[in-house]
Design a protein around this ligand. Structure first.
Ligand SMILES: [Zn+2]
Length: 131
């Protein structure tokens, strides 16, 4: 990660210097098709872009391939750079992607808690009906 002082110098600097700060990493990820998908992350200052060549990703929709890597999970990576997954975790910090991912995780937990509550109420209802 670029130290904060250097980053602000780049921001004030020329376009060429800003371009120098843009970083890109691509992973090959095993999905449901025969050919692996390409998952590309582009870090430009405080912005993180994540692209995937899977059918959902090509349409800009949610896909698990990008989320897995953002979560630091490199199990599906078939390329030789799985060790660079930690770099993506660094790039994620403080971005709007991190905020949206945190929202997603929070809502997922709410859904899980609701499913447990529904299951408990179903058991209670079954007991009430059987007695
Ligand atoms: Zn994908």
């Amino acid at each position: 990660m670029v130290p904060r002082l250097m980053r602000s110098r780049f921001v004030r600097g020329s376009t060429a210097m800003s371009e120098l700060e843009q970083k890109e990493l691509t992973f090959l990820v095993k999905g449901s098709s025969a050919e692996p998908y390409e998952v590309t992350f582009i870090k430009d200052r405080d912005s993180l872009t994540a692209l995937c060549t899977c059918p959902a990703g090509q349409y800009g929709n949610y896909c698990k391939h990008r989320i897995a890597i953002l979560d630091g999970d490199g199990k599906a990576i078939v390329g030789e750079n799985a060790n660079q997954v930690a770099t993506i975790s660094d790039w994620l910090q403080g971005t709007d992607v991190a905020a949206a991912l945190a929202d997603f995780r929070r809502i997922e937990k709410t859904v899980e808690a609701s499913k447990s509550a529904v299951a408990a109420v179903k058991r209670k209802l079954a007991r009430a009906m059987n007695s």
